[in-house]
Ligand binder design. Structure first.
Ligand code: SF4
Ligand code: SF4
Length: 180
């Protein structure tokens, strides 16, 4: 399928129940208030530096019921959760929360970008979000800096187990969501 064909939206892709599913979740209630003014995108600090990340577009896709496209989209994971969009929306749509709801739905279906799974695994192993290179540890020593505080991966694992987080990062590989 060509890129132009991939961009075409077919009515068979639309899931009319999707917006109601989102609206039932905490933070997603005001999704249908969006009238596509674009304020969220124009004020979003991530959109400013990205050619593809557009919160207005994510909201529209969710309203239309483009379940598969929106939940499989890598751009969904670019949101920095700064809440600027939510603060500025003239319709009081909780844009950042809708994005969180969409991420949760994607994660429930195992659709979490590999990079975040790896980050999660690192936290579970060391207590740090990324593996600190040996070279950097030696550099600290050579500069007379104190050793980095030891992480508490056991404590973190216990907490994350309690909220059911582990199943999101321990599923191998990236998965795609298909129409229900
Ligand atoms: S600012 Fe609010 S109303 Fe405007 S496009 Fe974004 S979500 Fe929709
Ligand atoms: S919360 Fe996400 S979408 Fe909203 S302005 Fe911040 S980075 Fe952009």
């Amino acid at each position: 399928m060509s890129e132009a064909e991939q961009k075409l939206i077919r009515t068979s892709e639309l899931d009319p129940k999707f917006k109601y599913e989102i609206a039932k979740m905490h933070g997603g209630e005001k999704l249908m208030r969006c009238f596509q003014c674009g304020t969220c995108t124009s004020d979003c600090p991530v959109a400013r530096f990205s050619d593809t990340y557009r919160p207005r577009q994510i909201i529209r896709m969710a309203q239309f019921g483009l379940r598969e496209r929106v939940l499989n989209s890598d751009t969904l994971w670019l949101c920095a959760a700064c809440f600027t969009c939510t603060d500025r929306c003239p319709q009081d749509v909780e844009v950042a929360s809708v994005i969180r709801v969409l991420r949760n739905l994607a994660a429930e279906n195992g659709c979490v970008p590999q990079v975040f799974k790896e980050e999660g695994c690192c936290i579970l192993e060391s207590g740090y979000a990324y593996k600190i290179p040996e070279l950097r540890i030696k550099k600290r020593e050579s500069l007379g800096l104190p050793p980095l505080p030891r992480g508490n991966p056991e404590g973190i694992r216990k907490s994350l187990q309690g909220v059911g987080f582990l199943r999101f990062i321990e599923k191998p590989g990236e998965q795609k969501i298909e129409r229900k």
